[in-house]
Design a protein around this ligand. Sequence first.
Ligand code: ADP
Ligand code: NA
Length: 329
Amino acid sequence: MRVVSGIQPTGGLHLGNLLGAILRWVRMQEEAECLFFLADLHALTIDVDPQELRSNIREMAAALIASGIDPKKSILFQQSAIPAHAELAWILQCTARVGWLNRMTQFKEKSGKSREGASVGLYTYPVLQAADVLLYRATHVPVGEDQKQHLELARDIAIKFNTDYDVELFVPPEPYIPAGAAARIMSLRDGSAKMSKSDPSDMSRINLTDSDDQISQKIRKAKTDPEPLPDDPALLDGRPEAKNLVGIYSAVTGESVEQVLSRFAGQGFGAFKPALADALVALLHPLRSRLEELRNDPAELDRLLADGSARAASLGQPVLKQAYSAVGL
Ligand code: ADP
Ligand code: NA
């Protein structure tokens, strides 16, 4: 089983990214051969500030390693360091059909009202995503609900290419659903909005870089209701903020929601919030220390990424060569 997954280097990580994506990657390392990449080419599909992108790439690499992506166990690399991604994407753009891309709902959502003003890259990026995984003959790709259509496209492209050129080069990847429910972490200010870096209020999210005091303060100020916690998880329905905080506690400690409630039932947030803050600090403090170490040693970070790129290239290059050869180049 070989898994390939990328994350765009867009600003620092928050608790949602960590619980919803990165810590799942960390666990995946025990189950599969993993390639994780900083999707910096994908970051170009919308307007970027070059200086910001450059620093975000390093920051994200450090954050991933600090969170437990082990560059010895997994192959961690920067997408643009491997020209084969863009080269294969071009070949595959000539396999993919306009009709297929026209059906991608993500483009419609992301381009919004200004479809004519969106970059061509935003339109074709699902093909680059296909190249990202087909290049390494990934057997599995971890996908959220919003990316299922793109994985289906990657499979269609792999099958059409193999059929058109009568080769068995590309492996149509299967979706990989990691064990354990996917945590969807909501904003601390509004239980109905996703925790996101695009929320203008920094109080809405816990960042990987927040100090212990900031974490405690954000939890203390998190929106709640005046009711005590129930003993039955079903009674959290209709109480989005309470449900979110209990869900965070559960995701952070690994206890089930039932277990958490059996301990805190009948207590109000005055008792629950400090326990939640302590659990968050226990998770994030060591990650932040490691992040600071990596930031202070840019040469080590460069070395780790260069090593990952070399290993990724040695897997991808022969596949690219065969793709060129299949089409007659
Ligand atoms: P953001 O919403 O902050 O821009 P991204 O869209 O860059 O985050 O998401 C990066 C990864 O983190 C994706 O795998 C996404 O599913 C996950 N993720 C982002 N926000 C959350 C959240 N609030 N809860 C759970 N997972 C999340
Ligand atoms: Na986003």
